[in-house]
Design a binder for this molecule. Sequence first.
Ligand code: GLN
Length: 504
Amino acid sequence: MSAAGGTEAGDGLTGRTATELAGLVRAGEVSAAEVTEAHLARIEALDGEVRSFLCVASDTARSAAAEVDAARARGDVLGRLAGVPVAVKDMFCTSDLPTTAGSRILEGWRPPYDSTVVARLRAAGAIIIGKTNLDEFAMGSSNENSGFFPTANPWDTTRVPGGSSGGSAAAVAARFAPLALGTDTGGSIRQPAALCGVVGLRPTYGRVSRYGIVAYASSLDQAGPFATTVADTALLLEAMWGHDPLDSTSIPSEPESALARLEEGVAGLRVGVVAELAEVDGIQPEVRAAVESARNLFEKAGAEVDTVSVPSVQYGLSAYYIIAPAEASSNLARYDGVRYGLRAPADARGGYDVATMNALTREAGFGAEVKRRIMLGTYALSAGYYDAYYGQAQRVRTLIIRDFARAYERFDVLLAPTSPTTAFELGAKTSDPLAMYLSDVCTIPTNLTGATAISVPAGLDAAGLPIGVQVLAPALGEAVLLRAAQALESAFAFSARPNLRRAA
Ligand code: GLN
């Protein structure tokens, strides 16, 4: 579990924070090429066990690193992520690498442009090291819905890394990259961060541009950072956020730096423990205990902590599983066999008009969970059922927004578990979609309200698996959120690492 044991001692470059690496590159103590080679070598040696990448971008990463080194040699001012490897969830369009969203229906598709977030990271000097595995179209909580293969949890390769951004969380946990990108529609950054023992933040809706990110549920989708520390999380967030005219839901104001205020502490901060989530059905006792320790640590650090009831959170899961599939059924209509990737040939049934080609392509290209969501969503939106399902879910959403607004009259931030349990065994929930959906019960409320939340590692359970605790803040509250998370990180002092064997 420690850095000892040969495999982790390695090259002295993998396992460092992004902040450290950027500093070393800026100072000329190491080159971007050396940093890139060290991470590529580690991926080559160890990703066979974890399978966090769908595509390792060796060539383009090497040329990006060479550009950073050339810029430094010329005396150019380097970007804040110059020379730092970033693993990118395969939901983000990249003009130089395939983009699959984890789906066979996009196999072979190469986007004609970069997503805004990827373009901003490249401009900041980041090295895109590869595209990470995910549940197909980000629908899932374990990575087992990937159209390609499941990713394993680096802490125990018989277990899931969480999802849907499981590949990104696993890549950071395995030190294949100090930073990674994810998307969080119902918890897909925070839940895998918790299960892999890393930090993951879901920003306020509209803070980060959705332009060029494959759409799942457009009123809930937001991109965000993974890192091993809160400071690195803030560093990546600040390289990706801010207004983008190409996304009509992008918030027009420019955010204030959160990094600058990270160390201000939590004295006098009002922290509310969400009663309904701290005692959620099926919560593992060690997760409950971790939330309890977080509460005590906040108190010791001078925060004013109390319990708060947010009664409507118990309806969040039901509302989400109407709204998200409804939006998905509309977004996924574009995969018609004409515009992107796969086109299935005629089959034995004969006949190949446009409707048949559409149907055969969708039948062959989409996995079972995606088909389930499309059917659920289409049903919820159909005439005669729209008001009973979709309309009702939207009313519940409003109720949850009001309940949180009331809680934030008394509290600056809220505290809750991230996931009710630590990482479960691969295969444990694949035959029971409802059990899988329950993994998101503590994260979904934030997506429904459009607010921001973070998962921070809080320790290990008896099986040696990481536990995450979640801090929540109101919309645009990233600065106070990160400050509270920083205080928790210092207090928990979580330093354990997964111990990967080097492949024979
Ligand atoms: N697990 C949830 C779902 O399947 C959340 C996914 C996400 O945040 N992308 O919809």
